[in-house]
Design a protein around this ligand. Structure first.
Ligand SMILES: Cc1cc2nc3c(=O)[nH]c(=O)nc-3n(C[C@H](O)[C@H](O)[C@H](O)COP(=O)(O)O)c2cc1C
Length: 363
C-alpha cells in the first residue's frame, strides 16, 4: 500500500496541477476563449439549482449505475476527450486510460492525442474506450484513425461538431504556447502538420465545411454508434438524431470555443425534453462535485463527461491521480444519492421536483 495519502478533494488535486505545470501548458489546460465568460458560467450554473431531498427513505443500499448505449455502467462518469496528455504526464493518454479503468470509467481518446488508439488499447486493455473525431481536411487521415480505433476495440465514435475554427484563446496567445513537434501528435503529423506546432496550426488542418449531411454519411457508414458532441440547442439535438446519431453530448467545449454561449446546465432541460430518451444524452462542462452529477441526471442526462478535473489528477499523479479524481466524484455522488433520498441513479429524473432552478445568472 502506498504511504502517500491520496487527495480527498478536487481542489487539492487542482492545487497540485497549478504547482507542477509550466505557464504554457497550464494556460492551455485551464483557459477558455474570449473573456472566459462561459468558462466561469459552466461551473457556477450547477449551483444555480437547488436539490429538494426526501427524508426517511431507506438508503442503506445505493445504486449509482446507469445504462448507456445498451451497456450498464457502474456509475455515470465518463472521461471527456482532451488533447495532448503528454504535456501533463510522460505516458500521456496511456496513463489516463489506465486510471479510468481503475475507476471503472469509460475513457474517450481525442483525435489530437499524443498516443495512437492501438497504443492506448495495449496499455489499458480492460478500460472501456471511445474515440473522439475531428474531421481533417485530409479525410483519409480521419478514416485511418477511425479504422485503427475500430480494430482496437473502441466502442463508440464521438464526433465533435463545435470546432469548425478555433475559439480565440488569449492565454495561449499571451504565452506564445506551442505544443511541440508535430510528430508528438500522430493524427496531426499524418494530416500534414510539420515542425513546432501551435493549437491554431492544428485547428487549421480541421475541415470547417462539415454539415449534417456529413454526419448522416458518417453514421450510415460507421460500424460503431456515433455520438455528436457540442450540442447547445434542442433543434440541433433533433437534427443529430435525424442524422443517425445514437447519442448527443450537450457541451460548449468547456468554454473554449464561442464565448458567451450559455452554460450547459442551463440548456440541458430543454434539450432533454426534445431528446425524450430517444438516444443517449450526456452533458459536460463545469462538473466539479457529486451534487453536479446528481443535478445533471435529475435534469435528464443519462451520464456526464468530466473534463479538467481529470487533467488535474493526471498532471498531479498520472494514472493514480486520474483514478483519485474519479473516486472523489463517485464518493460525493454516492453521498448525494443517499442524502437526497433517491438512492438509485437511474430513478433521479423520475423523482418529483428533486431539482429546481434556484436563481439565474445572465448565461
Ligand atoms: C485542455 C483541453 C483540451 C480539450 N481537447 C478536446 C478535444 O481534443 N476534443 C474534444 O472534443 N473536446 C476537447 N476538450 C473539451 C472537453 O472534451 C470537454 O468538453 C470540456 O473540458 C468539459 O468541460 P470541463 O473541463 O469544465 O469539465 C478539451 C478541453 C480541455 C480543457
Amino acid at each position: 500500500m502506498s504511504s502517500v495519502r491520496r487527495a480527498q478533494t478536487l481542489s487539492a488535486l487542482r492545487e497540485q496541477f497549478d504547482a507542477v505545470l509550466e505557464p504554457g501548458p497550464h494556460g492551455y489546460y485551464a483557459g477558455g476563449s474570449g473573456d472566459e465568460v462561459t468558462l466561469a458560467a459552466n461551473e457556477r450554473a450547477w449551483s444555480e439549482y437547488s436539490i429538494h431531498p426526501s427524508v426517511m427513505v431507506d438508503v442503506s443500499r445505493r445504486d449509482p449505475s446507469v445504462e448507456l448505449l445498451g451497456r450498464r455502467m457502474p456509475h455515470p462518469l465518463i472521461c471527456a476527450p482532451f488533447a495532448y496528455h503528454r504535456l501533463a504526464w510522460p505516458d500521456g493518454e496511456c496513463a489516463t486510460a489506465l486510471g479510468c479503468g481503475q475507476a471503472n470509467a469509460t475513457y474517450c481518446l481525442s483525435t489530437l492525442a499524443t498516443s495512437r488508439p492501438a497504443e492506448v488499447a495495449t496499455a489499458a486493455p480492460g478500460t472501456h474506450r471511445w474515440f473522439q473525431i475531428y474531421v481533417f481536411k485530409d479525410r483519409a487521415v480521419t478514416d485511418d484513425l477511425v479504422a485503427e480505433a475500430v480494430d482496437n476495440g473502441f466502442e463508440a465514435l464521438v464526433l465533435t461538431v463545435d470546432l469548425p475554427v478555433l475559439g480565440k484563446r488569449e492565454r495561449d496567445i499571451q504565452n506564445n504556447f506551442t505544443i511541440g513537434d508535430a510528430e508528438l501528435v500522430p493524427g496531426v503529423a499524418a494530416a500534414g502538420g510539420k515542425g513546432l506546432i501551435s493549437m491554431q496550426d492544428t485547428a487549421d488542418l480541421i475541415d470547417p465545411s462539415l454539415t449534417w449531411k456529413d454526419v448522416e454519411r458518417f453514421a450510415a457508414q460507421s460500424p460503431l454508434p456515433v455520438i455528436v458532441k457540442g450540442i447547445l440547442r434542442p433543434d440541433d439535438a433533433r437534427k443529430a438524431i435525424a442524422s443517425g446519431a445514437r447519442g448527443v453530448v450537450v457541451s460548449n467545449h468547456g468554454g473554449r470555443q464561442l464565448d458567451c454561449v450559455p452554460a450547459t446546465a442551463r440548456v440541458l432541460p430543454s434539450i432533454a425534453e426534445e431528446v425524450n430518451s430517444e438516444v443517449a444524452l450526456i452533458v459536460d462542462g463545469g462538473i466539479r462535485r457529486g451534487t453536479d452529477v446528481l443535478i445533471a441526471l435529475a435534469l435528464g442526462a443519462d451520464a456526464v463527461m468530466v473534463g479538467r478535473p481529470i487533467l488535474w489528477g493526471l498532471a498531479a499523479e498520472g494514472a493514480t491521480g486520474v483514478e483519485t479524481a474519479f473516486e472523489i466524484l463517485i464518493d460525493e455522488f454516492d453521498r448525494a444519492l443517499a442524502l437526497s433520498g433517491c438512492p438509485a441513479a437511474a430513478d433521479l429524473s423520475e423523482h418529483d421536483h428533486l431539482v429546481t432552478p434556484a436563481k439565474r445568472s445572465a448565461l
